[in-house]
Design a protein around this ligand. Structure first.
Ligand SMILES: *Cc1c(COP(=O)(O)O)cnc(C)c1O
Length: 355
């Protein structure tokens, strides 16, 4: 690997996955046909999507617990609306912890009454609100587990009898949680699982069928479940690469294994951000994301020097989101610990040469 890819998404994927994926483009399963030129109903592809669905549930520990896994299209952004279409009858509760939660709220409010239980917008989403109450009787509670833009992450989810819907786009499969707490989980593949073009949706089937409105087929979770995630042509390449990444993760030892690696990577970088006087973090320490670390230089005049040094070291993709500025180092599952060490070395080199 020539570059250290800290991109926030689409993001780094394991080299061996990329290699297998590229081979499948030319000759899939030794059938002398490309993965992307065969029928999605061929046994070869059906077994891919079935494996991807099964592995998703297996890795999350949700097999045989009433959950179904779907690979849909339209990105996590379409789920903002589909969730409300399928689940919002009268009233839903939303926690606003960042740009993506805000967008989810803006889509859902067309379908019923929304209660924003808490928001960290007042401090530019630099913390996770903790003391809030979920009103009884709402159809569901929606939250974003990891805030990709600002770099915060929910560490503890609320105890509630209300169904919990969670946008896990940027930290799914990165840490062990009690996934049975959630009734619907969705995640765009391109953050921690595969290329852009497919969205994993995990649904506890018994939460469906409770809204009164007519749901168009393409937006109806039940239709996709009944058709085994093949209501229309799935995004075959994105599903295949996601399946390869899930296999890679399972072979490594699953979520509990990768969580340890992710914790090491995050600890290494945050320790340097806190130690090095030339850098500072921008979010509340207890809410720091293990996936996306955001930080700034304490002296703006060092920006071009630091950028040049990063580039020379092969570091790619650490510019902050356009709405936040500064830096954001994304450390998704496939990023090796070594890449974080390279970044930390450059930060230390900057301190040695510039202070
Ligand atoms: C990237 C992202 C989205 C949007 O995903 P799309 O697939 O581009 O629609 C939604 N939520 C979170 C948390 C994200 O990181």
């Amino acid at each position: 690997m020539k570059k250290h890819n800290f991109s926030a998404g689409p993001c780094i994927l394991p080299q061996e996955v990329l290699k297998k994926a590229s081979e499948a483009i030319i000759n899939f399963n030794n059938d002398e046909l490309s993965l992307i030129e065969i029928s999605h109903r061929s046994p070869s592809f059906v077994s891919v999507i079935e494996k991807a669905r099964a592995l998703s549930l297996e890795l999350l520990g949700l097999e045989n617990k009433g959950y179904k896994a779907l690979f849909l299209q339209g990105g996590a952004s379409l789920e903002f609306l589909m969730v409300a279409y399928n689940l919002l009858n009268k009233k839903a509760a939303y926690l606003n912890t960042g740009t993506w939660s805000d967008k989810a709220i803006n889509e859902a409010k067309h379908f019923g009454e929304l209660v924003e239980v808490a928001s960290s917008k007042d401090k530019k989403y630099t913390y996770i609100p903790k003391d809030f109450r979920i009103p009884e009787g709402v159809d569901y509670f929606h939250c974003t587990s990891n805030n990709t833009v600002s770099g915060t992450q929910i560490k503890e989810f609320p105890e509630t009898d209300v169904p919990i819907v969670c946008d896990m786009s940027s930290d799914i499969f990165s840490r062990q949680l009690d996934f049975e707490k959630f009734d619907l989980i969705y995640a765009g593949a391109q953050k921690n699982m595969g290329p852009a073009g497919t969205t994993l949706v995990i649904i506890k089937e018994n939460i469906l069928g409770k809204v009164e409105r007519h749901i168009p087929s393409m937006l109806d979770y039940q239709v996709h479940i009944d058709k085994d995630s093949m209501f229309n042509t799935p995004s075959v390449f994105a599903v295949y690469v996601s399946m390869l990444t899930l296999e890679w993760l399972k072979d490594l030892g699953g979520i509990s294994f990768i969580e340890e690696v992710n914790n090491k990577k995050a600890a290494l970088l945050y320790e340097e951000i806190d130690r090095n006087p030339l850098f500072e973090g921008i979010v509340a320490k207890e809410d720091r994301s293990t996936m996306n670390a955001t930080f700034v230089l304490t002296d703006d005049r060092l920006t071009s020097t630091f950028n040049t040094m990063c580039e020379a070291a092969g570091i790619s993709g650490i510019n902050g989101h356009r709405s936040v500025g500064g830096y954001r180092a994304s450390m998704y599952n496939a990023l090796p610990l070594f890449s974080v060490q390279v970044l930390v070395d450059v930060m230390q080199e900057l301190e040695r040469t510039q202070s």
